[in-house]
Design a protein around this ligand. Structure first.
Ligand SMILES: Nc1ncnc2c1ncn2[C@@H]1O[C@H](COP(=O)(O)OP(=O)(O)O)[C@@H](O)[C@H]1O
Ligand SMILES: CC(=O)N[C@@H](CCC(=O)OP(=O)(O)O)C(=O)O
Length: 268
């Protein structure tokens, strides 16, 4: 994936953290989890990017439309796209913004396809239909939302140069956004407490180790796009990515626990 960057019109007043909420957890996130955003906001501007794969799959099932995946990406026909938009933007996005509002945290629900926020290109239109990958992130609008005190909550949809809406894997969307907005931190919130190896959480790892774990089958399924996205996002600016559980508060005793992925161990 290659991506061009825009130069921000203004520097944000706080570092940015991008938090990806996995579809596996969204229905199970607790009030304590959402309350953690109060602490995080003291130090960071927050952008939420959410998934919603299970919600899309269950709606497709109710409508008797079959789900088909290739390398973890959902084949998205025109008909499927209608359901993707309905589930992500109509149901899941609204659920997250209202849970945040219950905690008096003001969030603004957006689709990545709004305001040219995520420009995308087709991944493989013949094989996957309306599936895209991000090529450009429009910064100004996001910066303005955050500076005005709102948390952008973004559904992973994008627009191609010629204006077609595409479905983007949420892990890939989150990492592209983190990279595009020059975030300092990227967090993947999921249904496991981090990368697990024989039942134990790996506290810290590197891109090289992660690749070995994929190659030997220790990392599989939905964890693959997550770690690949994490590795893609790492840069001079974004030096660590965390994979954490959504089953408890994000911050406990002022710290987060999970798996940290860094270019080299013990760097920070
Ligand atoms: N080594 C691993 N450690 C932890 N989880 C793993 C590992 N390998 C595969 N997984 C799977 O990845 C899942 C998380 O990915 P996914 O279901 O796509 O979550 P999300 O909806 O949060 O994106 C876990 O529930 C687990 O089944
Ligand atoms: C192209 C593609 O596969 N898009 C995903 C978008 C949602 C997503 O990624 O949700 P999770 O984070 O819950 O998996 C899909 O249609 O399921």
């Amino acid at each position: 994936m290659t991506m061009s960057k825009l130069t921000p019109a203004t520097e944000p007043s706080k570092p940015i953290i991008v938090i990806k909420l996995g579809g596996s957890m969204i229905d199970h996130l607790t009030d304590a989890f959402y309350k953690s955003f109060h602490d995080l906001r003291l130090h960071f501007h927050i952008i939420v990017v959410h998934g919603g794969g299970p919600s899309i799959t269950s709606m497709l099932k109710r409508l008797n439309i079959k789900s088909e995946f290739h390398n973890g990406l959902r084949k998205t026909t025109k008909e499927t796209m209608e359901v993707v938009k309905m589930s992500l933007a109509g149901t899941v996005n609204a659920q997250i913004t209202s849970r945040l509002a219950e905690q008096h945290i003001y969030a603004i629900g957006l689709k990545g396809s709004d305001c040219n926020m995520l420009t995308a290109r087709f991944v493989d239109q013949n094989k996957l239909g309306f599936v895209g990958e991000v090529v450009k992130v429009e910064l100004d609008f996001l910066y303005r939302c955050m500076e005005a005190g709102y948390i952008p909550v973004i559904a992973p949809l994008g627009k191609t140069q010629d204006g077609q809406t595409v479905n983007i894997n949420a892990d890939l969307a989150a990492s592209a956004i983190a990279k595009g907005v020059l975030a300092e931190k990227l967090l993947f919130v999921t249904d496991v407490p981090g990368i697990l190896l024989q039942g134990d959480v790996v506290n810290e790892t590197t891109p090289q180790e992660v690749q070995e774990l994929i190659n030997n089958g220790s990392i599989h399924g939905g964890m693959i796009p997550k770690v690949e996205s994490a590795v893609y996002a790492l840069s001079e600016h974004l030096q660590e990515v965390m994979i954490v559980s959504g089953k408890r508060a994000l911050m406990e005793a002022n710290r987060m626990t999970g798996t940290i992925i860094r270019k080299e161990k013990g760097m920070c």
